[in-house]
Design a protein around this ligand. Structure first.
Ligand SMILES: [Zn+2]
Ligand SMILES: [Zn+2]
Length: 391
């Protein structure tokens, strides 16, 4: 199904850059756009220029003191000690010149995507520059300065009475967004991620179910390291279907980090391109079924910017705008162009070949463990269903 979709993009996304050798590299968005253009899958009239987030926008979620600190860091006026208080200037999230503007643009891009959808200009919108899910109210964390997802959801709640479902498939827990709405029954968060036992940020336990009125509106599926496509998709699809049916959202926001791939250097999941075809298809289907199509997708993590992210994010856009993923060979001119800069051999196909990584010996055990986590994650909904059918 072809759908009205908009793609938010600005060349300036690249200015969100900590250091030359830092793993977070927005060149991946430029590479994705180029891949889509070479596939003739992105038209000029589908691209929208983002607006800048104002300070008032940022303060929908972030504290004034934090925004001031980022502004000072931006001009090189924040001391190391002051920075430490706000999580800025760490090894993960170093200070850089112009960081306030660069970060505000990513938030503004998410707000532009949201505006397009809530004003009814389009059914779906994508901001690959966003998805910075680790940002906290008064603290930077894990490569994230401002949390565009959290600001965006506050913005939706300010301008509409929509119930918002936030779904995070990044390999890391979507902690910043979860805690932002932990006591809010109008915003339901669902994150599938590699268990925090060995991976940043360490949270996202299945028992984090929300607080006060928000209890029962926070869902976590911490899956085992070395989880492969089959088990990932099995537990994810089941949970997403159950959650959307239970919560009945008016709009879905997805964070589409692409760091669960077996080639990703920062995580230990073992998925292939298969999940990056399936993840947007599920979101697309459920957004039409429950939300009259209202779906805003964001980027996120993804640290193999050569072999993984451009393919994964192009599939997201392709599914969003046409309902179907790409298959077969990648455009040869895209491969030859980017191969010149890439330190590794670029793939030639949309799909990963069979047996592209060594077999995982603990496969059965991992699948069983993930199924147990799923049962526990769904416990609240299942109890609720039992209760409702008994009265
Ligand atoms: Zn659609
Ligand atoms: Zn991540």
């Amino acid at each position: 199904m072809r759908c009205d979709s908009q793609f938010v993009f600005a060349d300036e996304f690249i200015s969100y850059k900590f250091k030359d050798d830092h793993p977070f590299n927005q060149l991946r968005v430029t590479m994705t756009k180029d891949l889509l253009e070479k596939e003739k899958a992105l038209r000029e009239d589908q691209i929208i220029a983002p607006r800048m987030a104002s300070e008032d926008d940022l303060k929908l979620f972030h504290s004034s003191a934090y925004v001031e600190a980022v502004k000072r860091a931006s001009e090189g006026l924040l001391s190391e000690e002051q920075g430490f208080e706000y999580g800025i200037g760490t090894e993960d999230t170093p200070m850089f010149e112009g960081m306030h503007d660069a970060s505000s643009l990513l938030v503004g891009s998410t707000l532009s995507a949201i505006d397009a959808v809530i004003q009814g200009k389009t059914k779906h919108a994508l901001n690959l520059g966003g998805g910075l899910h680790h940002g906290f109210e008064r603290k930077a964390s894990g490569f994230c300065v401002y949390n565009d997802g959290a600001v965006g959801i506050k913005y939706i709640r300010k301008h509409t009475d929509y119930k918002v479902l936030y779904v995070d498939t990044d390999a890391h827990h979507g902690d910043g967004v979860q805690w932002a709405f932990y006591d809010d029954p109008n915003v339901c968060t669902f994150s599938i991620h590699e268990t925090g036992r060995y991976l940043f940020p360490g949270t996202g336990n299945v028992n984090e179910r929300g607080l006060k009125k928000g209890y029962g509106y926070s869902f976590n599926l911490p899956i085992d390291a070395f989880t492969e496509d089959e088990s990932f998709l099995e537990v994810y699809e089941y949970a997403f279907n159950e959650i959307v049916e239970y919560f009945q959202p008016d709009i879905i926001i997805t964070q589409n980090g692409a760091d669960a791939h077996y080639l990703d250097p920062l995580t230990h999941l073992c998925s292939t391109m298969k999940i990056y075809e399936r993840i947007p298809m599920i979101a697309h289907e459920l957004a039409h079924k429950y939300c009259d199509g209202k779906w805003v997708a964001l980027g996120g993590g993804g640290y193999d910017i050569w072999r993984v992210v451009p393919r994964a994010w192009s599939q997201l856009w392709k599914v969003m705008s046409t309902g179907e993923p790409f298959s077969g060979p990648l455009p040869a001119d895209w491969v030859s162009h980017w191969q010149k800069s890439s330190p590794v051999d670029l793939p030639s196909q949309w799909e990963d070949g069979e047996h592209s990584y060594k077999p995982i010996p603990r496969k059965a055990e991992i699948t069983e463990k993930n199924n147990k986590v799923l049962t526990s994650c769904m416990q609240f909904i299942h109890n609720q269903k039992k209760y409702n059918s008994s009265i």
